[in-house]
Structure formats: C-alpha cells, structure tokens
Ligand binder design. Structure first.
Ligand code: PLP
Length: 385
C-alpha cells in the first residue's frame, strides 16, 4: 500500500489528536496547569516544565494547525496580532523594511505603523494586485518582508500569491500571507510559494466567536526556531482553554467553509442589481476583477463579502442598524452572520490614511443560518432605504 497524505478533513479531525494515553479520552484534555512536576531536577515527563514554554493542549493545537496548512511548523498565539508581532520581531530588525498591501486589516497597519514603527521598522504601502507596482516598490529598496492579505479585508481584493512570492524572492525578501479570510480549508499559501502564513484564528479557524487567537505557520526550520524562541521569551501564548476551543473549531472547518461559501455566493448574487446597491465585492461573482485568479488559487470563494450603497454612508448605516439576524458587530468567521461598518468599526484606525475605507461600505460575514432567513433579513433591512 502506498502512503498518501490524508485529506483535509481527516487532518483537521485527527492531526495531534491522539486519544489521551492515561484515560482514553478521545478529546485532548484541557491541561489547565501553569507548571509540570519534575521527577528529578530537569527530568521532565513528556518535555513539559512551565506553561509559557509549552502545554500539551497547545502542542495538540499546533500539530493540528501545521497539518491543515501543510506546514512543518505552527505556533499558536494569544491573538492574531500577537502572532503578527512575534513573527515580525523574530525575523526582522530595526531599520528593516516591510512592504504591505494597501488594504490590509486596520489593526495590522496600526501594529506596523504605530508599534513597530517606533521600534525601527520601516514600511511602504502598495496595491498587491498591481504586480508591476509591487515589483517596483519591493526592488526599490532593501525589503525584508512582503505582506499580503488575500482575499483582503474589507474589499475582497485577490492577489496572486505565486507571482508575489517570485517578486519577493527575486528581491531577497520573504512573502507573508495573512490567510484569515480564506482559512486553510480554501487556500494554502505555502503550497503556492509563500514563506509564512499568519491567521487570526479568532475567525474561521475557531469558527464560533468564542475565542481570540492567532497562528504562524511555516516550513523553514531556522526561522521557526526564532519564532519559537520569541513566543517563549515574550510569552504571548494561547491559554489552554483557548487552545482547546480552537482545536474543537478546526474539526468542522471544512464543512463550515463549504456552507459559508454557498450562503455568501447566494447572497452576493441576490444583492447585485438591487435598488440602493452600488457594488457587491465577492470573488465568486464572475464580474469580480479577481474571480479567475481566486478560482485558480482557492478551493471556494469563502463567506466574506462587502457591499456599497448609492445612498452613501447614511444608507450603509441604516442597513447596518436595521438587520435582525445579521448582528452588528466587529469580527468575522463565526457560525452566526455579522454586519460591520468598516469605516467606523474595524477600519476606524486607518481612516485618514491611504488604507481608508469608504463610508458607503458594509462588510458581511455570512454565517451558517438557513439561507431564506438571511435573505429575508437583508430584504427587510434594504426596504428601509
Ligand atoms: N488579520 C485579519 C485579516 C483580521 O481580520 C484580524 C482581526 O480582525 C487580524 C488579522 C487580527 O487578529 P486578532 O483580532 O485575533 O488579533
């Protein structure tokens, strides 16, 4: 019999998830312990000594995360931004330069500009879907990292991961992909040539809006050692309960992403051409500029879309405050549908910068509810316009 790599759902359910050796419990226990007994000084049972350095529940999650992203190494952090911070500080030094997409998550920009800027990191912003502009910017100075989010938040711009990896590598830089919107179920950037993947596991990976977390996945052993050291030395690790909740979420990621994608596709098509709607941004629509590319580098178009209104900011606010099933809230990727006004909510920190988002835009995180109920809710909200 030849060895084949197990399918995505098999890896999601079984990687790192051996039944507990002591009891046979089929779920990895929540090892709610800050420290671990030593049989003699330095004689550790299973390699664990102190919870910041390692915890078996976190180890199980990290193995599962590596398996679903197809990476040799994965590190689980207390939040997506903690993961980003550790990755950048582990691999870069003051005076290094990072080139980031002009539509990255507002918090990522804030971290790079206002926290890591004073530390010495320099950054430049570019449209990652414009490969000629990226090439010019990346080669125009000594760039250490290129950072792309695809699909991007909130405009759903699709960027070519393989082409960006080539550009970055020609310039001696690494390519980081924030894969939060697609999730490892729909897109695996490492297989397309990227060097490092980051996730806010708060979103689809956790999937139930009940835990904040982040992850870094990569193949390179030397870079992994540096990230592992910073995770231990600076300490922004996942807590045991958070690790357990994330592990539980991952087991259903594949089926959830199928339903998220189905519901979002139907809603995007339904919104198109409706009175009061100016534009619908969803890569599953044939008219979306990134449709072909998304079809090639993703295995589904995902559950996120954004929509702008002819009535401007007032219309967007009216719809956001009129939905009943779509909860008005930050975040995304949970089983429940959410609506968000990026200009005043998730992207408020980048208003007035080149990453600013239009007031007329709403972002929808389409959940797993019954489609007719979601459509009825949007219909009654749009009827207020
Ligand atoms: N990356 C993306 C695409 C996000 O949407 C977010 C959060 O909204 C983050 C990173 C940051 O993750 P966290 O909120 O878990 O720190």
């Amino acid at each position: 019999m030849t060895e084949t790599t197990p399918g995505f759902d098999t890896r999601a359910i079984h990687a790192g998830q051996e039944p507990d050796a002591a009891t046979g419990a089929v779920n990895v226990p929540i090892h709610q312990s800050s420290t671990f007994a030593q049989d003699a000084i330095g004689a550790l049972r299973g390699g664990y000594e102190y919870g910041r350095a390692g915890n078996p529940t976190r180890t199980a999650l990290q193995e599962q995360l590596a398996a679903i992203e197809g990476a040799r190494h994965a590190f689980s952090f207390a939040s997506g931004l903690a993961a980003e911070d550790a990755l950048i500080r582990a691999l870069l030094k003051p005076e290094d330069r990072i080139v980031i997409g002009n539509d990255v998550y507002g918090g990522t920009y804030r971290l790079i500009d206002r926290v890591l800027g004073p530390w010495g990191l320099r950054h430049q912003v570019v449209d990652m879907s414009d490969l000629a502009a990226v090439e010019e910017t990346v080669t125009g100075g000594s760039t250490a990292l290129v950072w792309v989010e695809t699909p991007s938040n909130p405009m759903m711009t699709i960027s070519d991961i393989a082409a960006l990896a080539e550009i970055a590598h020609r310039a001696g830089a690494l390519l980081v992909v924030d894969n939060t919107f697609a999730s490892p179920s729909l897109q695996n950037p490492l297989a397309l040539g990227a060097d490092i993947v980051v996730h806010s596991t708060t979103k689809y990976i956790g999937g139930h809006s009940d835990v904040i977390g982040g992850a870094v996945m990569l193949d390179d052993d030397a870079a992994a050692e540096k990230i592992g050291f910073l995770q231990f030395a600076a300490g922004a690790v996942s807590a045991p309960l958070d690790a357990f909740l994330t592990t539980r979420g991952i087991k259903t990621l594949g089926v959830r992403m199928e339903r998220h994608s189905e519901n979002a596709q139907a809603i995007a098509e339904w919104l198109q051409g409706r009175e009061g709607v100016k534009a619908v941004h969803y890569p599953g629509l044939p008219g979306h500029p990134g449709h072909q590319l998304a079809a090639a580098q993703m295995r589904g178009f995902g559950g996120m879309l954004s929509v702008s209104f002819t009535g401007g900011g007032e219309a967007a606010r009216t719809v956001a405050e009129s939905t009943r099933l779509f909860t008005l809230a930050e975040s995304l990727g949970g089983v429940e549908s959410l609506v968000n006004h990026p200009a005043q909510m998730t992207h408020a920190s980048v208003q007035g910068t080149e990453l600013a988002v239009g007031e007329d835009l709403l972002r929808l995180s389409v959940g797993l509810e019954s489609l007719p109920d979601l459509l009825a809710d949007l219909d009654q909200a749009l009827s207020r316009l």
